[in-house]
Design a protein around this ligand. Structure first.
Ligand SMILES: Cc1cc2nc3c(=O)[nH]c(=O)nc-3n(C[C@H](O)[C@H](O)[C@H](O)COP(=O)(O)OP(=O)(O)OC[C@H]3O[C@@H](n4cnc5c(N)ncnc54)[C@H](O)[C@@H]3O)c2cc1C
Length: 409
């Protein structure tokens, strides 16, 4: 460890993704000294561009809504599922749970940078191009983290509490051996941004399009406000390996395979070379320890199909901040009940939906002609991220509700 004097803060946040900045902003507003250490230089690319209405509640708690509104991101009002000939539309204004009925589709490089600049403006120091590379916890729970700067030099930060919002970096799960295998199989996704030749009409722009190819292989189109779109394909790794050649050639094969993509994106410009990510599902043995908490993807990530990642990142970031405040104010916190069990209840609802997507039950429900309008509203609330509303039977008894409905249909 370096001999320089330790920097001292109340809370160290690892990573300036949405879970880190939401947490930092709430803690900063409560008067704590907060520092974010971020490995990369922003703006930086990260996947996860279609938000859910539920995350608006958390962005609001963090005080971000005005800044995001002013930026002019594409508004999103629903999700459209499409297979070869059938369409299933979910409009968030027709959902069971009372809450936000819309959200945004964002280029994450711009979105995450905007949130980081907002917290900086409000007094949080964000140190870019520096990584947390080691952490030691003292008996009293306080911690000393080693920060390694871009030039290789190190210094220490002493903090009363650490929020690990390091996403795919999974800093504390790695350093403290908290990783455990996810129950979801290793899938692969290939994605990029495109400039379509055919411009969408407004109605088509304001929703995510989920394209069903087989039960196991599906894709997305996420239109942005500047006329470009994010497109991607997801499937079991063997299924994605069918595509051959360069990343661009693979992406163009996917485009040619799906009629809805072929008509829009043949010959359109790929803005960057398609990226590929494999085995992104992750889980941990515990979400917290004495004076640290894991938020967002640093804790768990299931699957991209219902765009739940940023919602869980902001939900856990916001809740972590509230509980840290409680603890640092000298009040007792039952982290298992108040944090893990709460987050897990929502995660479990999405796990049921993700499993039922890949085994075909949900696709049967979505495309059925005999749909029950009340149940569609309840399902719509899940797709909007309202997975903690116990009045919704698809939350309260998620497994049974999905199985029973699929069996009836
Ligand atoms: C194919 C695919 C598609 C997806 N689509 C969607 C979608 O449409 N909608 C959605 O909501 N989610 C989606 N997701 C999920 C989404 O990517 C994540 O859930 C979300 O980005 C998690 O946010 P976060 O704040 O936890 O972490 P991140 O956004 O990953 O941010 C973590 C930050 O921590 C930094 N970091 C890492 N290591 C260190 C270190 N040692 N020290 C300091 N900083 C560090 C990183 O540089 C990064 O900036 C998708 C995921 C995949 C795989």
């Amino acid at each position: 460890m370096s001999k320089t004097k330790n920097q001292v803060v109340d809370v160290l946040v690892i990573g300036a993704g949405p879970s880190g900045t939401v947490s930092a902003s709430i803690l900063n507003k409560k008067g704590y000294s907060v520092k974010i250490v971020e490995k990369q230089l922003f703006p930086r690319f990260v996947i996860g561009e279609s938000l859910l209405p539920r995350c608006m509640d958390n962005l609001d708690k963090a005080g971000f809504i005005d800044a995001i509104s002013a930026f002019g991101f594409q508004k999103k009002f629903g999700a459209k599922f499409l297979d070869n000939e059938r369409v299933s539309d979910f409009d968030f204004s027709a959902q069971f749970t009372k809450g936000w009925t819309w959200t945004w589709q964002v280029q994450r490089a711009k979105f995450d940078h905007l949130l980081a600049k907002e917290v900086e403006k409000n007094g949080v120091e964000v140190e870019y191009e520096s990584a947390v590379t080691a952490v030691q916890f003292a008996e009293d729970g306080s911690s000393i983290s080693t920060v390694t700067k871009k030039d290789g030099t190190t210094y220490n930060i002493e903090a009363k509490f650490i929020v690990d919002g390091s996403g795919y970096g999974r800093v504390l799960p790695r350093l403290l051996s908290l990783d455990k295998p996810s129950e979801f199989m290793g899938r692969t996704s290939l994605f990029c941004h495109v400039k379509p030749k055919m411009v969408y009409d407004e109605e088509e722009k304001d929703q995510i399009l989920i394209l069903v190819y087989t039960n196991e292989i599906w894709g997305w189109v996420i239109p942005f406000s500047d006329g470009t779109s994010s497109i991607g394909v997801v499937g079991h790794t063997e299924g994605i390996k069918r595509y051959e050649g360069t990343q661009e050639e693979k992406m163009r094969q996917w485009i040619q395979e799906v009629p809805a993509l072929k008509s829009r994106f043949t010959d359109s410009e790929l803005i960057f070379e398609p990226k590929e990510i494999t085995g992104y599902a992750s889980a941990v043995t515990k979400h917290f320890g004495k004076n640290f908490v894991l938020t967002g993807n640093a804790a768990e990530f299931i699957d991209p199909v219902f765009s739940s990642g940023v919602t869980f990142a902001t939900e856990s970031g916001a809740l972590a901040a509230e509980l840290i405040d409680k603890q640092l104010s000298g009040l007792p916190v039952d982290w298992q009940v108040e944090y893990t069990d709460y987050i897990q209840r929502g995660v479990d609802v999405f796990k049921t939906f993700v499993s039922s997507w890949y085994d075909g039950k949900l696709q049967k429900i979505f495309f059925s002609e005999q749909s029950n309008p009340e149940m569609r509203q309840q399902i719509c609330s899940i797709l909007a991220g309202y997975v903690w509303d116990l009045d919704n039977p698809f939350v309260k008894k998620h497994k049974r509700a999905v199985q029973a409905l699929a069996a009836v249909l």
